[in-house]
Design a protein around this ligand. Structure first.
Ligand SMILES: NC(=O)c1ccc[n+]([C@@H]2O[C@H](COP(=O)([O-])OP(=O)(O)OC[C@H]3O[C@@H](n4cnc5c(N)ncnc54)[C@H](OP(=O)(O)O)[C@@H]3O)[C@@H](O)[C@H]2O)c1
Length: 239
């Protein structure tokens, strides 16, 4: 992690999640940041920031204010939140399974929430020197790569997230030309989110491995990558 100016701050949103918790450890171990702060909905291990719920914008604004108050330059904002299943909702296998409540929940967490993170945290990225806002998307959100169908709400909410990342990167470049805004695909990772849905034969990796690979991607990113969608090897994915 030598590409970031020393002395900065890294923030993980979703630090209680499978990938988020591992990512926080990876960024601490890198030694590249003066401070690494975690945020989650509820207090817990690795969570220093006040409770942030993506469906409650004032909690996002309050967390951003707390981050700003550290006085440190925020060099990394890593968003590891997301929703695939839970509370009776499962990825749809057919159009017949579409449920507006499921779709709304997917968009609230996978699309609108990260958009609000961009609204409140992109202005905190320094005007000069490398900084990265990365949000975890998913390859199944790729329209160009969609060969299997199904998973309507998750796919569509991640495709919309990718569009927001691309659009926000254009605006960000005007104010902070050294800053980078990307969507990342972590691969299939053993977490609560993938539990029961990771198909056999896929390369399912542990959160520690995924976070180490994602940290390397963060380190290799430069301004030519802003607005793009990349996997855990840093390879560009089709929209
Ligand atoms: N695991 C995979 O195989 C895989 C594959 C492709 C993409 N991804 C993407 O990677 C990201 C991280 O997933 P994961 O596998 O680490 O899943 P995870 O362990 O279930 O973590 C999900 C995180 O999202 C947070 N979250 C959910 N709803 C929220 C809300 N309303 N407000 C704030 N935080 C909320 C959870 O917080 P709480 O702890 O408070 O619930 C948790 O920290 C997701 O965007 C997912 O789509 C994962």
């Amino acid at each position: 992690m030598q590409s970031f100016e020393p002395g900065g701050l890294a923030v993980i949103i979703g630090a209680g999640g499978g990938i988020g918790a591992a990512m926080k450890q990876a960024l601490i171990s890198s030694g590249a940041f003066a401070k690494v702060l975690g945020s989650a909905r509820s207090p817990g291990p690795g969570v220093e920031l006040p409770g942030l719920d993506l469906t409650d914008e004032p909690t996002i604004a309050a967390t951003a204010a707390r981050v700003k108050a550290t006085g440190l330059e925020m060099r990394v904002l890593f968003d590891a939140t997301g929703f695939l299943h839970g509370d009776g909702f499962s990825p749809e296998k057919s159009l017949a399974a579409l449920d507006p409540a499921h779709m709304a929940r997917s968009f609230a967490i996978n699309t609108i929430g990260p958009a609000l993170l961009m609204k409140h945290f992109l202005p905190l990225l320094p005007r000069t020197g490398k900084s990265v806002f990365a949000t975890l998307s998913a390859k199944v959100g790729s329209i160009g790569d969609n060969q299997l169908g199904g998973w309507y709400s998750y796919r569509a909410s991640k495709a919309a997230l990718n569009q927001l990342v691309c659009t926000a990167a254009i605006e960000l470049a005007r104010k902070s030309p050294d800053a980078i805004c990307v969507a990342l695909h972590p691969g299939t990772v053993e977490t609560g989110l993938s539990d029961g849905f990771a198909k056999q034969g896929l390369n399912v990796r542990k959160p520690d491995q995924a976070s180490s690979e994602l940290s390397e991607v963060l380190d290799r990113l430069d301004t030519r990558h802003t607005g793009g969608f990349y996997d855990y090897n840093g390879a560009a994915l089709p929209w």
